[in-house]
Design a protein around this ligand. Structure first.
Ligand code: BGC
Length: 260
């Protein structure tokens, strides 16, 4: 079994850091030409592109506000001009928003999370599907979260957006399957990145977090990136319309290891 993506073009949103950057690098290492999307961190995206090119790969950096359909259209135009028609879309751009109970959260902050995580994923997927359905091939993988099924106090917009992305993926998968196009989600657990730095840099919070993870450690970005690469390759060719949880067992109800 070989995981190779030679001749494929992949666009990865949110590729200037964290999980998205690792996914984009993993796809490139498997032979794909990769467009690294960034919102504001141009320097990191361009550094990744230079690194891929240095290893003999093809890559470009593309900027967009994924919450703006015109900006998404311009990004697709630029990426496809540079690297050809899209074969793989990874929707990884996302924010968790400000932490506050639902009755206190500012409406604009709540809506911003939905705009980026849900509308952004929809805008990118719609453009990719238009091209993939016409060409009768392609795969879209949405980065969801364990919080598509686990409630999380203080993050009602985030949990709502991830649950919505999950069901949107399944519906798109059903629509696109007759055209040979796959759509699926991958739900990471607690992966050590900037988004949860406040938790893992505080020993007390880290101790609490580890009680929620049966495998006893936070995830590494490679745990997600390499699984994504498998799923979008031909090895994952029979997987569509579902969410794969890559979470060290976080969704396995660890509090039920005792009692009941
Ligand atoms: C969040 C992380 C969190 C993890 C597990 C992710 O979706 O972005 O901050 O550590 O879920 O709760």
């Amino acid at each position: 079994m070989q995981i190779r993506l030679d001749g494929k073009f992949a666009l990865v949103t949110g590729a200037s850091g964290g999980i998205g950057q690792a996914i984009a690098r993993s796809l490139a290492a498997s032979g794909a030409a990769v467009a690294f999307h960034y919102s504001s961190h141009a320097d990191t995206a361009h550094a990744s592109v230079a690194a891929v090119q240095g290893e003999g790969g093809r890559a470009v950096a593309v900027q967009a506000d994924v919450a703006d359909p015109a900006s998404v259209q311009a990004m697709f135009d630029a990426a496809e001009r540079a690297l050809g028609p899209i074969d793989i879309l990874i929707n990884c751009a996302g924010i968790d928003g400000k932490q506050a109970p639902s009755w206190e959260i500012d409406l604009a902050d709540w809506k911003k999370v939905i705009d980026v995580n849900l509308y952004g994923t929809f805008y990118c997927s719609q453009l990719a599907l238009k091209s993939m359905v016409a060409r009768k091939k392609g795969v879209i993988l949405n980065i969801s979260s364990v919080h598509e099924v686990i409630a999380w106090s203080g993050y009602s917009a985030y949990t709502a957006s991830k649950a919505a992305v999950s069901m949107m993926s399944k519906t798109m998968a059903q629509e696109a399957a007759p055209f040979g196009v796959r759509v699926l989600s991958l739900a990471p657990g607690a992966i050590q990145t900037d988004i949860n730095r406040a938790v893992w840099s505080d020993p007390e919070q880290m101790k609490d977090l580890l009680t929620k993870i049966p495998l006893g450690r936070m995830g590494k970005v490679e745990d997600i990136a390499d699984m994504v690469t498998v799923l979008v390759s031909d090895v994952g060719g029979y997987v569509t319309g579902t969410t794969l949880f890559v979470d060290g067992g976080m969704t396995d109800y660890p509090e039920f290891a005792h009692g009941g």
